[in-house]
Design a protein. Sequence first.
Length: 104
Amino acid sequence: MESNYLIPANTKKSKLILGFFTGIDLAIFGSGCFITLIMLVIFQGMNFTTALIVILPALISGFLVIPVPNYHNVLQLITNIVTFMMGRKKYYWKGWCLMHGKEK
C-alpha cells in the first residue's frame, strides 16, 4: 500500500476569522469605518469631492484588508514586499558543509 499523505489546503484558514481576516485586519477596517461615520456626522451638506474625502478612510482600510490570492490580504502582501526590499540582500552560506575553525 502506498503512503499518501493528504494535507488540507485550508489549514491556515481555520486560524483566520471567517476564513479571511485576522483580528488586526478587523481592527483596521473597523477604525476606518468608525472614522468615516464620525466624519459623516460632522460634515452634513457636502458636494461630491467632500463626500469622497469623507468616505476615503473606509475605502483605504477596506482595500488593505480585502483578500488576494496566495496572501490573506493586501496589507500582508505590502508588508512582505517592504520586508523583502528593505531586508538583507547579501546572504552568506552557513550550511552543514561549511568548515568552522582551522582546516585539518
